[in-house]
Design a protein around this ligand. Structure first.
Ligand SMILES: NC(=O)c1ccc[n+]([C@@H]2O[C@H](COP(=O)([O-])OP(=O)(O)OC[C@H]3O[C@@H](n4cnc5c(N)ncnc54)[C@H](O)[C@@H]3O)[C@@H](O)[C@H]2O)c1
Ligand SMILES: O=C(O)[C@H](O)[C@H](O)COP(=O)(O)O
Length: 377
């Protein structure tokens, strides 16, 4: 069996080599000819899987994308051709939620403000939005939620319509899928009209898909003097992004919010499990055995942590300013895709154990850290 896999997908050989021969490809330049004798295609978000790409793929039995987003896959086409499909829902939800939390603490430090008492609007309360909500539940930040689909389905009581949320929130973060048409279209959800109505100095975070915010309208507003704090991980038209927008961002990154080692590895593991399931073989391998030991595994809290100290702990594991610096300093010389390819290792909060933290243990645990009291060791 020939398994074609994106070169930026980790651990493919470790998981899949017992099932077939693994061959790697460049996700942006995969051609229909490369798929002629492929049985399995494993992609990331940069490959458009459509009728053009699959024109000569007569042997293809399975397509997997090691991502949460599926807007790059023509799923009706796969169903029509009887090709099995799997994505990796939730694989990097923790990573994206922790990206946002790192952004929040860095923003608070930058503006010399407290997050406690601020209102954070979460737009899209699926795997990522819910994970962010749960991590921040004991933070003292007031959480406003917007998800009309969950509200209509009766699974979210606390829903607030988007325009009301934007009027009330101090910070808004987007976690919706990219939907290009229909009643719940998310393309340009934050459009020129909504941008112009934003409260002064509002913090806007986008780690969903670039097209969710009208980038040109945002740039026009900023060039026109509107004051918005911006954290952008995703951009319209990646990798050829609207470069002038970069200068107006507080923190910017190259679509890496989900790229913890754990998040990417979980994506590969989920595709391995789905393919094993389709083939009717046992999925015997697990990612725990493949992940390296983190550099920092434990620290000691002497007393209850203040909000600023909590921020320092968050940034000990992941500081968004590292990624902002990487993008700002290197985008011109290396380009968007090369920075993504060479993204340095990043771990999740639960790789750090905080000892002796009884007073703030609940908040730390909720954020995702491991907590032990000294007398429990
Ligand atoms: N930056 C990154 O690295 C990165 C990583 C992972 C995922 N993503 C993006 O984030 C998106 C969300 O991920 P998820 O795992 O939470 O997906 P999900 O499907 O679990 O949740 C999305 C939620 O958005 C809601 N929604 C849909 N349309 C909406 C609208 N118009 N207004 C408000 N809510 C709406 C849905 O009802 C759903 O609950 C993905 O589709 C992907 O595009 C980005
Ligand atoms: O939808 C997702 O899961 C993310 O956007 C994903 O992490 C994108 O990263 P890529 O697949 O391009 O590496």
């Amino acid at each position: 069996m020939k398994i074609l896999a994106d070169q930026n997908m980790p651990l493919v050989e470790e998981f899949f080599s017992d099932l077939g021969v693994v061959q790697r490809f460049d996700g942006r330049s995969l051609s229909p000819q490369q798929l002629i004798d492929a049985d399995v295609l494993l992609t990331r978000s940069v490959t458009q899987v459509d009728s053009t790409l699959l024109a000569e793929a007569s042997q293809l039995k399975f397509v997997g994308t090691a991502t949460i987003g599926v807007d790059h896959i023509d799923r009706p086409l796969l169903a029509q051709r009887g090709i099995g499909f799997a994505s990796a829902p939730g694989c990097n939800a923790i990573a994206v939620a922790e990206y946002v939390i790192s952004a929040l603490y860095a923003y608070a430090q930058h503006r010399a403000i407290n997050l406690q008492g601020k209102k954070l609007g979460i737009v899209g309360v699926g795997n990522i939005g819910q994970c962010l909500h749960d991590k921040l539940a004991a933070s003292g930040i007031e959480l406003l939620l917007c998800d009309p689909l969950r509200h209509e389905a009766g699974t979210l009581d606390q829903h607030m319509p988007l325009d009301e949320l934007l009027a009330q929130a101090d910070i808004v973060t987007f976690h919706v899928p990219l939907v290009r048409t229909g009643t719940h279209q998310t393309r340009h959800l934050l459009n020129a009209q909504r941008i112009s109505a934003l409260k002064p100095d509002m913090l806007v975070i986008n780690a969903s898909r670039g097209d969710v915010i009208d980038n040109q309208a945002l740039l026009n507003a900023l060039e026109g003097g509107q004051s918005i704090d911006l954290v952008l991980d995703v951009w319209e038209n990646e990798p050829d992004i609207l470069m002038p927008l970069l200068a107006y961002t507080l923190f910017a990154s190259v679509h890496i919010a989900g790229h913890t080692l754990e998040g990417k590895a979980r994506g590969t593991q989920m595709l391995y499990q789905a393919l094993c399931n389709q083939l009717g073989v046992e999925a015997s391998k697990s990612l725990e055995s493949f992940l390296p030991i983190p550099a920092l595994t434990s620290c000691y809290a002497e007393h209850t942590l203040s909000e600023q100290e909590l921020g320092r702990l968050v940034h000990l594991v992941y500081d968004i300013r590292r990624d902002d610096g990487l993008m700002r300093s290197n985008i011109a010389s290396q380009g968007f895709d090369m920075l993504r390819k060479n993204y340095p290792p990043r771990r999740e909060f639960n790789t750090l154990t905080v000892q002796n933290a009884p007073q703030c243990g609940q908040q730390l645990q909720q954020l995702g850290f491991k907590v032990v009291n000294s007398n429990e060791e």
